[in-house]
Design a protein around this ligand. Structure first.
Ligand code: ADP
Length: 488
């Protein structure tokens, strides 16, 4: 149960914390120690989703009419409360998702920054004044809220992603139904709890914990819901997009990646290895911006590959709560199964395993979902391991004969979220920036990482073309009302 003085781990609908209709519950488990149950949460269904949407609809007129600076004050207060709770939430994050405590602290700190950023955004202009052809007309365009919105989020960044959706949705006057991933309800509960304690009126933010396959469709079909913001798999995202299009509501999707690091022949190889390892192995490779391909200039291939294999094999894998752990477990049995299957696919396709490739067993490893950091060499671009998102600690080394081929290979994917180039040549870096088809480009830094104040999102199959974070969030969470105001 929740600690003393805290609310119980329940859904929040219309300002009331309560169980799922029918009383179903689900256990929140630690992927590093699957015998450890962190908490029990409701397993809500369609009826709860519909009630949450109704509650958000009821609260909408009052929240939309609340002055924006006042909304910003509540977000700022939530940021302070979240910051005071940083260590508690970070530990919850490591214990329910598996990433290391250091990464978890960074993620919660990012959640705090996002809340602060959007509290400041609530003091920014909400529109533009235009010159009118008529001398008497005051012509302006104002950004107004959409209405009740549904936010469907994944387990891999269970603090940062919900925060970068919830905070702008609220700042711009929308009310929210928040549907976190089934695997990470505890962090979702903390975020909801601090916003509730910061003074959100009842129904402005509703939390529904339960199965996506039940709640997702119920939310999309729910008449009060005016927009969906989703981060997750392409399979679910494209289905949601079709349903939203059918209903004529706005949607935003952030989905998979197959992000490349391109290592050119003038690169500092030590640095290139470190960036590849960070991008591929931190968070156990479970980031949409994780590095999953490293495309290496032929001249430096052998030196790079040997260093990469050695570094991957040296990483300490274990419980993320331990100070010396570099890489934690995979999030679930399903995730582990998928990753191990892809490793088999890679071997069958003829790629050469040069590090890892196995489930880790013995001692504490037997209690969780641990897979060794894995590097495949001699990967051809048409192999499944070079094309499909694996979402685990697996990186594919692909040889390129020159810069041109490296860029062609980097772009040879249906995804386009993030990409990185390692080089000392400014001219080639600039060409890479121009020619790469990715929403986020790094030069001499790893593929992962996103600051709150800049747009985040992908090209091609990685995204619906919309962007999140920074000013971009305003585009999604508002609609424009153009006003021609003339004297009577
Ligand atoms: P992953 O688990 O790989 O991150 P998913 O797309 O399965 O990706 O999950 C992302 C989010 O979408 C989760 O909150 C999940 O519960 C939710 N979800 C799953 N199935 C559906 C669905 N049919 N409709 C809407 N949301 C769903």
């Amino acid at each position: 149960m929740a600690s003393a003085g805290e609310r119980p781990y329940l859904n929040l609908i219309g300002g009331e914390w309560g169980p799922a209709t029918g009383g179903a519950t689900t256990a929140d488990r630690n992927p590093a120690r699957t015998d450890e149950v962190l908490a029990t949460f409701p397993s809500a269904g369609r009826e709860d989703a519909a009630r949450a949407a109704e509650a958000a609809a009821k609260a909408f007129p009052g929240w939309a009419a609340t002055p924006m600076p006042k909304r910003g004050d509540i977000l700022r207060k939530a940021a302070d409360l979240f910051e005071q709770r940083l260590d508690v939430v970070a530990e919850a994050l490591t214990r329910e998702e598996g990433k290391t405590l250091g990464e978890s602290k960074g993620e919660v700190a990012r959640g705090v920054s996002l809340l602060r950023y959007y509290s400041g955004e609530a003091l920014q202009p909400t529109g533009d004044v235009y010159p009118s052809a008529s001398p008497s007309t005051f012509l302006y365009a104002e950004r107004v809220p959409l209405g009740p919105v549904a936010l469907i989020t994944p387990w891999n960044f269970p603090v940062a992603i919900p925060t970068w959706k919830v905070a702008p949705a609220l700042a711009f006057g929308n009310t929210v139904v928040f549907k976190p991933a089934e695997l990470t309800p505890l962090t979702a509960w903390h975020l909801t709890d601090v916003l509730d304690k910061a003074g959100l009126p009842p129904g402005v933010l509703n939390l529904v914990v339960g199965r996506g396959s039940q709640i997702g469709p119920a939310l999309v079909e729910s008449p009060p819901i005016k927009a969906i913001s989703f981060t997750g798999s392409n399979a679910v995202g494209s289905r949601l997009a079709a349903q939203c299009a059918e209903r004529g509501i706005k949607f935003q999707l952030e989905m998979g990646g197959k992000n490349p690091v391109v290592v050119l022949n003038d690169a500092d190889l030590e640095k290139a290895v470190e960036l590849t390892i960070q991008g591929a192995m931190l968070s156990t490779g479970q980031k949409c911006t994780a590095t999953s391909r490293v495309i290496v200039h032929r001249d430096v291939l052998s030196g790079f590959r040997d260093r990469l294999a050695a570094r991957a094999s040296s990483l300490k894998v274990g419980d993320g709560m331990k100070a010396d752990t570099y890489m934690g477990p995979l999030v679930s049995a399903d995730a582990e199964k998928t990753v191990l299957e892809y490793i088999e696919v890679g071997k069958t396709e003829g790629a050469k395993l040069i590090a890892g490739g196995t489930k880790l067993v013995g001692g504490d490893y037997d209690r969780g979902y641990f897979v060794a950091p894995t590097v495949f060499d001699r990967v051809r671009p048409d192999m499944r391991i070079a094309q499909e998102e694996i979402f685990g600690p697996v990186v594919a080394v692909i040889e390129a004969r020159d810069f041109e081929e490296a860029v062609t290979l980097a772009n040879d994917t249906r995804f386009g979220l993030s990409a990185s180039v390692v080089t000392r040549d400014l001219g080639l870096a600039l060409r890479f920036i121009r020619e790469i088809q990715a929403g986020i480009v790094h030069v001499n830094s790893q593929t992962a990482g996103a600051e709150p104040q800049v747009p985040f999102g992908g090209f091609k199959g990685s995204s619906s073309g919309t962007r999140e974070q920074g000013k971009a969030a305003r585009e999604f969470f508002t609609q424009i009302k153009t006003v021609y105001l003339d004297p009577p």
